[in-house]
Ligand binder design. Structure first.
Ligand code: AKG
Ligand code: FE2
Length: 330
């Protein structure tokens, strides 16, 4: 996996309208139930879908990407103040030999204004950057609602309502903003696939919600092995994707797609914004009894999420692209 790049097919990821317009989203209504079935079907068949979610306005998204650009435009020594040693998914990452065209910043609990302010204080001294903090916090908070809607629908659709409260407090949020830019030097263009700016991987947590600037490039692999290129069909779209922990917790019911980012003939940098819902570090991912039976034997040993992250990441980047089965598969 990863060495031979197959061109994306004409397939599209499913589209689900989770905006409040034209119908309000209320649990228990026929509209909710119909969307719930669509979410389950999309997760089972693709492990991802495009969600329209109009709560986050076009203006806010544009302000967020201005803030993200401002962040990456800081001088390198300033950005390096946010490095968190020995982690891949937190703090600043850039100039990495395995990911030469990728930079990112990760921070925990972006739905709390204080966390974003603390992060901004590290980079902009003298009071941080209030505009940045406000924009990043607002979008994170809004799309955490989308995450909770999706998870509520998933739990209901598998008859797991009794775990709802426990499940919602089992998780935490992590934000990562990313910049991809193919450097214009001939040496790098001789590599196997110069456009592959983020290698094939699965996400480690439960749910990932992503949006991007106008530069595309995100691609998913279907269960059948075909690559699908994602192009948002509406300015209020987010991509919602299932990660390893959701696959394990639901005892394999949902697909957890391989995905990657390739920049195809674009000279502009690509920026993306990802809210990652993960189990809290100390929590154990263990499939509920309701999802284990003769037809669905337990697929994974229960595992502590933090231990999984430790084995799945190394300082050198992602150690393997499918560690879940390798470490915990039964
Ligand atoms: O930038 C993107 O759209 C994808 C990022 C991604 O897959 C990740 O950070 O895990
Ligand atoms: Fe990812």
């Amino acid at each position: 996996m990863g060495s031979i790049i197959v061109a994306p097919s004409d397939l599209k990821v499913p589209f689900i309208n989770l905006s409040k317009q034209p119908h309000d989203l209320k649990p228990g209504t026929p509209h909710w139930d119909s969307l719930k079935s669509q979410v389950r079907e999309a997760f089972e068949n693709y492990g991802c879908f495009e969600a329209s979610f109009d709560k986050a306005s076009r203006e806010l998204r544009s302000d967020v990407f201005d803030s993200v650009e401002e962040l990456f435009d800081l001088p390198l020594p300033t950005k390096q103040r946010a490095v968190v040693p020995d982690t891949f998914h937190k703090g600043y990452m850039g100039q990495h030999p395995i990911y030469p065209f990728y930079e990112s910043f990760g921070l925990d609990d972006p739905t709390l204004l204080e966390s974003v302010q603390n992060f901004s204080n590290t980079l902009w001294s003298e009071g941080g950057n209030p505009g940045f903090s406000k924009n990043i916090h607002s979008l994170s908070e809004m799309i955490s609602e989308l995450d909770q809607t999706v998870r509520r629908m998933i739990l209901e659709s598998y008859g797991l309502e009794k775990y709802m409260e426990e499940h919602m407090s089992f998780t935490s949020y992590h934000l990562r903003v990313m910049k991809y830019e193919v450097a214009d030097d001939s040496k790098s263009k001789e590599t196997l696939d110069p456009k592959l700016v983020l290698r094939v991987h699965t996400d480690k947590g439960l749910i990932t919600l992503l949006c991007q600037n106008e530069v595309g490039g995100l691609e998913f692999q279907t269960k059948e092995g075909e690559w699908v290129s994602y192009q948002p069909t509406s300015p209020s779209s987010f991509i919602v994707l299932a990660g390893d922990a959701l696959h394990a917790w639901l005892n394999g019911r949902v697909h957890y797609p391989y995905h990657r980012v390739r920049l195809c003939g674009n000279d502009k940098p690509r920026y993306s914004f990802g809210l990652f819902t993960t189990p809290k570090a100390e929590n154990t991912v263990k499939a509920p009894q309701e999802l284990i039976d003769e037809q669905h034997p337990l697929l994974f040993k229960p595992f502590v999420y933090k231990q999984y992250l430790d084995v799945a990441y190394t300082q050198a980047g992602r150690k393997e692209n499918a560690p879940l089965r390798a470490f915990y598969g039964l």
